[in-house]
Each structure stands twice: as C-alpha cells, then as structure tokens.
Design a protein around this ligand. Structure first.
Ligand code: HEC
Ligand code: HEC
Length: 364
C-alpha cells in the first residue's frame, strides 16, 4: 500500500514537472525575450551627479540614525543612486521592453500607482497592490513586500525582474540585456569603480536609488522645525492620531501612532495584528501585513495590500451607517473625528517628491 502511494506520488511529480516545463516552453515561444536594443534611447544625465546623499532636518535625521536599514556593503552614493535611477526607469529590463520599475512605482504618485492591481509586461495582473516607495530606508528590519518575504531592498530588487507577471526575465537575461546597452559601462564605473556588470550590482544600485527617496519637506516637517504651525483641525487630528483608540467595535484599542510612528509614520516592523483576508494570508500565513510609510497618504488611492480601500476617507468611515462597508479592524474612527484626522494626514504630503529631477525619468 505504502509503495503504491509512493509511486503514485512519484508519477505525479514527473507529470507535474513535465507540465511545468511544457508551459514554460510555450510561454517563451509566445513571448520571446526581446534583445533588440533601442539604441536611440539614451538617458539624459548631467555631467556631475545630482545630490542624493543628504543632510535631513533634525527630526528626520534622528529617526534615520535609529532606523536606517542601509547595509555596510551598500552605502548610498550620488553615483550609485544615479545608476539606480537609470535602471529603475529602463524598460529594457523587462522581457518585451515595455515595463520598468517605474511603470508600477510612478514618481507623480509617490512611487505607487493608483490601481488596486498593476499590469505587467504581458498584460497580466499582480496579485497584490503596488507599494509606495517612500522612506523605505527607515524600515529598520529592512524587510520588503506586504508579506515581508524579501529580507532587504537588495534581495527585493531582483524579484520583480524575474517575476513572470511583472518583468519576466532571468538574471542571466538581465545581465545580457544591461551589458548590451552602451550607456551602462560608464555608469557602473562611476558607481562601483569597474565597468563589470552583474545582477548583484544592479540590485545594489536600485536599492540606493530607493533609499534616497525621502520625504522631509511637507507642512508636517516645517511645523516640527518651528517654521509653521498647525491649524486647529490639524492639531486636533495629530492628538487623535497619537492618542485615540479606534472607534467602538474596532479592537484592539491602539492609537494610530502605535503602528504608524512619526516622523515617517511607519514602524520598525509589522504589528502583531491580523487583517483577515480570505484570499491572502500575508506574513508567515498569520494574516499580518507590513505597512509602509504613511507619508503622502492623502494623495494616494487603492490602499492596503489588496488595494480594495479606495482612499483615506473610505478607510476612516468604513462601517459607518450608509457606507455599505465593513469596518477595517483598528482603522475606522468616530464620525466627529474624521475631518480632523484627514486634516492632519494632509500635512504629511511632500509635493517636492513628484517634481524633483533626480527622481524623474532620465529617458525623456
Ligand atoms: C508590474 C508592476 C510592478 C513592477 C514592474 C515593479 N513592481 Fe515593485 N511592487 C509591485 C507590487 C504589486 C508590490 C507588492 C508585492 C507584494 O507585496 O507581494 C511591489 C513592491 C515593491 C517593493 C516593496 C516596498 C516595501 O515597502 O516593502 C519594492 C522595494 C519594489 N516593489 C521595488 C521595485 C523595483 C526596484 C522594481 C523594478 C526592478 C519594481 N518594484 C517593479 C509592483 C511592481
Ligand atoms: C494595530 C496596528 C495598527 C493600527 C492601530 C492602525 N494601523 Fe493603519 N495599518 C496597519 C497595517 C498592518 C496596515 C497594512 C494592512 C494591510 O494592508 O492589510 C495598515 C494600513 C494603513 C493604511 C493604508 C496604507 C497603504 O499603504 O495602503 C492607512 C492609510 C492607515 N493604516 C492609517 C491608519 C490610521 C489613520 C490609523 C488610526 C485610526 C491606523 N492606521 C491604525 C496597522 C495599524
């Protein structure tokens, strides 16, 4: 009996292996890797690198000193982030040269996009909502993705490239493509002291660029530096955010800031708190999810790991009479508090991120 089960299992493995390799061949045929390089497309860069290595105002710098996830072997430099910027916007890093990191992480949308699920190189949809790449450097554990499955930015960076929906190439194909583009050797030389190109350096440069995307020029920051003051509504909203528990029914009684701490409005690790979703079990199948920085949140749409919450207002009023929705655990507030919390969260918007040349598409 045992033997039959074992051989049946072995047969199943053989059959499924065949199935996998067969589908892989079919999909390769349908979508061959495009190696033809559009040489006409050149990044437009200044002779001297733009400045990515910054001194931030004290309230930001203190938090950075305490939470910085930069590894010792990938310290941020202006030339490293410049190379990262070019890679981030380079569509030739995808199988058919149609998708770049920036396709789903758009500068004018806080390096997020505004749809629940994003479209990959062959028209397929991602299984989760894209994440805003703001202040990722301040997530102390360094773990990336909603389910924290990547241990660091460096480990994360090569995953979308290899993801069959997102960009769809192997690391060997990536290296071939990047080596074939005439603008890269000089950029690798400046960034890493050698024209040699490999996927480890590609991951490092992308991570440097991401770590340079820091918000510190919002009204919130000017208030913390004593340059401006909150309105009455904003100040009341800050107090609620820091002290108030969620509306009745929304256990547990934790304030917003206990899970989204100032000044970047993110914690150093995901909270031990379940957000049940029948379709997605999150971190270690515990229904837990990371929350990135809440900076610029007022301008963002399609929130949470599945993108199902339209915007802040919808989140705060979920479960209210007439809303037609279930309250989100810990996220609905009393009706009289909604306007003040919205006013406070609007002060976290740093519009400079959307227009800074150093974060923009160098291919235009
Ligand atoms: C087709 C859309 C798409 C493309 C292309 C894409 N991403 Fe993403 N990105 C996502 C989605 C969706 C998630 C969340 C996935 C998850 O958690 O499972 C994500 C998450 C991330 C995160 C995690 C952020 C955090 O706070 O944990 C980083 C960093 C990131 N992407 C960087 C990149 C880089 C670098 C590239 C290019 C090499 C890239 N992405 C290409 C859609 C995309
Ligand atoms: C117990 C911890 C906890 C508390 C308390 C909490 N949050 Fe969250 N919040 C999270 C987690 C975890 C996520 C991500 C969950 C997910 O996507 O499934 C999140 C997501 C969000 C998002 C969506 C972010 C995005 O990138 O899509 C917003 C906005 C938000 N919270 C604001 C608030 C506000 C305002 C409060 C107070 C009323 C609050 N949170 C209270 C843990 C918490």
């Amino acid at each position: 009996m045992k033997k039959i089960i074992i051989s049946a299992a072995a047969l199943l493995v053989v059959v499924s292996l065949q199935f996998c390799s067969k589908t892989a061949v079919v999909s390769t045929d349908a979508n061959p890797v495009v190696t033809v390089i559009t040489a006409a497309l050149q990044p437009n860069l200044p002779t001297t690198a733009l400045v990515y290595v910054m001194n931030y105002p004290a309230h930001i710098q203190l938090s950075l000193n305490a939470n910085d996830n930069t590894p010792a072997d990938n310290v941020l430099t202006n030339d490293g982030a410049t190379l990262g910027r070019v890679l981030f916007y380079d569509k030739q890093l995808s199988k058919n040269n149609t998708v770049a990191c920036a396709s789903c992480h758009k500068q004018n949308l806080s390096f997020d996009d505004n749809v629940a699920l994003s479209v990959g190189f062959a028209g397929g949809l991602t299984s989760r909502n894209s994440m805003a790449l703001l202040n990722t450097r301040f997530y102390k554990s360094g773990k990336m993705f909603w389910d924290e499955r990547a241990a660091s930015a460096e480990k994360q960076a090569l995953q979308p490239i290899q993801n069959l929906v997102e960009m769809g190439i192997t690391l060997a194909e990536l290296e071939t493509k990047v080596k074939a583009l005439n603008y890269y050797p000089a950029l690798f030389l400046k960034a890493f002291g050698s024209t040699a190109i490999d996927s480890v350096k590609i991951a490092k440069a992308l991570s440097q660029f991401e770590r340079s995307i820091v918000t510190y020029q919002a009204k919130y920051d000017r208030v913390k530096q004593g340059l401006e003051s909150f309105t009455t509504a904003e100040a009341a909203g800050e107090t609620l955010f820091n002290t108030a528990g969620p509306a009745p029914g929304g256990a547990p009684a934790l304030s917003c800031q206990s899970c989204h701490s100032a000044p970047m409005f993110m914690n150093s690790a995901a909270p031990p708190f379940a957000f049940p979703d029948p379709l997605d079990a999150g971190i270690n199948n515990q229904n837990r999810f990371k929350s990135g920085s809440l900076r610029n949140i007022s301008t963002r749409t399609a929130l949470f790991h599945n993108g199902r919450i339209a915007n802040l207002q919808a989140m705060l009023t979920a479960g209210a009479p007439g809303s037609g929705t279930q309250p989100i655990p810990a996220h609905s507030v009393a009706p009289q508090d909604v306007q003040n919390i919205l006013a406070f969260l609007a002060t976290l918007t740093d519009n400079t991120i959307a227009t800074e040349v150093k974060f923009s598409n160098p291919f235009q």
